[in-house]
Design a protein. Structure first.
Length: 62
């Protein structure tokens, strides 16, 4: 893989920042990026909240 860093244009930089924001703070889950004709057209963030079975509380783990 080529390690050269390419400069991003303004639109690409905004898109990259939005994807990074979707990933930040995601403890369990996924980010799916949809590409059509070589262009990102959509991304989805799915977050899972996990609970300990042994805890009586219904508060999510953090």
């Amino acid at each position: 893989m080529n390690a050269q860093i390419h400069r991003l244009d303004e639109t690409e930089a905004r898109l990259a920042e939005r994807i990074v924001q979707a990933i930040r703070g995601l403890r369990y889950g996924s980010v799916e990026i949809v590409v059509h004709d070589g262009r990102v057209v959509q991304f989805e963030r799915r977050e899972r909240v996990r609970f300990d079975r042994n805890e009586e509380s219904t508060a999510p783990r953090r």
